[in-house]
Write a protein of this length. Structure first.
Length: 290
């Protein structure tokens, strides 16, 4: 594949619009790889050309731009918020309620051990996506304290503003909660009726336990001032190279209480940062003592 030649030829892969709608070259793809790395730390696999075309073609149609080269120019100039849309389009939001369930009993034990400190406890969901993770944390906390006013605050952030808006709404297709028990459904969700049939909504009293905000883990400054008792950063680091992972982990340290825990994804290992964190459970890490 060479610059100046379209990568893709099968219109079936991009629906009725067809893959010949926009000019897309090897050079365009390399520019996109560099740009998403600089903006979000994502190391885009060289074999993701088709995925990139499919996701960004929607933005070209929305902006009525004729070529990928012109679109990338627009993103690089950061005009009209398009860089945010670019990041949103290329961000993967694979999540579920109580994903990696072994983490939640560990969190419960951890919070119980901290209760003698007699201070508000804090949890940061640093890649909240569309809200399933922070709401799962909120449900866990409510069940632990048997109260919708527990001594725990949950802060949820994500780079994708579209996903955050869905999280704030707290409305999900019923199939997203089909694995939850009837007791949890009754306690934490409202079932839609009429035009909302087939959907559920997180109850307001659960929503009030979570504060949402945008945060890019690669931003020079994070809009956070407190230290957390637990940080969940699951299935995010797999998109970063080792150096970027290390730098993010280094920045987590001052945001974590000395006795705090960092929860990682099942495919993530931080052996290359053993001067920062030590493994203390299945994909659970504690800060290394100075």
């Amino acid at each position: 594949m060479t610059a100046g030649v379209n990568y893709l030829t099968s219109s079936a892969r991009d629906g009725a619009a067809g893959l010949h709608q926009f000019r897309y070259t090897a050079a365009d793809f390399e520019r996109i790889r560099g740009l998403i790395y600089r903006c979000a730390g994502i190391s885009l696999n060289p074999h993701k050309q088709h995925m990139v075309y499919s996701r960004l073609a929607r933005r070209l149609r929305a902006r009525r731009i004729a070529s990928f080269a012109a679109y990338i120019d627009l993103v690089e100039r950061e005009e009209e918020g398009e860089r945010e849309e670019f990041i949103n389009a290329l961000t993967t939001n694979l999540t579920a309620f109580f994903r990696e369930p072994h983490h939640f009993p560990i969190l419960v034990r951890h919070l119980e051990e901290l209760l003698p400190l007699r201070r508000p406890l804090t949890i940061w969901s640093s890649a909240a996506s569309s809200g399933e993770e922070p709401y799962s944390l909120a449900m866990t906390v409510v069940e632990q304290f048997d109260s919708f006013t527990p001594p725990v605050r949950i802060h949820a952030t994500d780079i994708d503003t579209g996903a955050l808006e869905r999280a704030r709404r707290g409305i999900y297709p019923a199939e997203r909660v089909k694995e939850l028990s009837p007791a949890r459904m009754k306690r934490f969700f409202l079932r839609g009726e009429g035009k909302n049939a087939g959907h559920v909504r997180v109850k307001p009293e659960l929503q009030r336990l979570v504060t949402f905000g945008r945060l890019n883990l690669l931003d020079a400054r994070w809009p956070l001032t407190e230290r957390f008792d637990a940080i969940f950063c699951r299935n995010v680091m797999i998109y970063f190279d080792k150096e970027t992972q290390y730098q993010v982990l280094k920045r987590f340290l001052p945001r974590l209480q000395p006795e705090g825990l960092l929860f990682a994804g099942h495919s993530e290992s931080f052996h290359h940062a053993d001067d920062l964190f030590r493994l203390c459970g299945k994909t659970v890490y504690a800060p290394v003592s100075p």
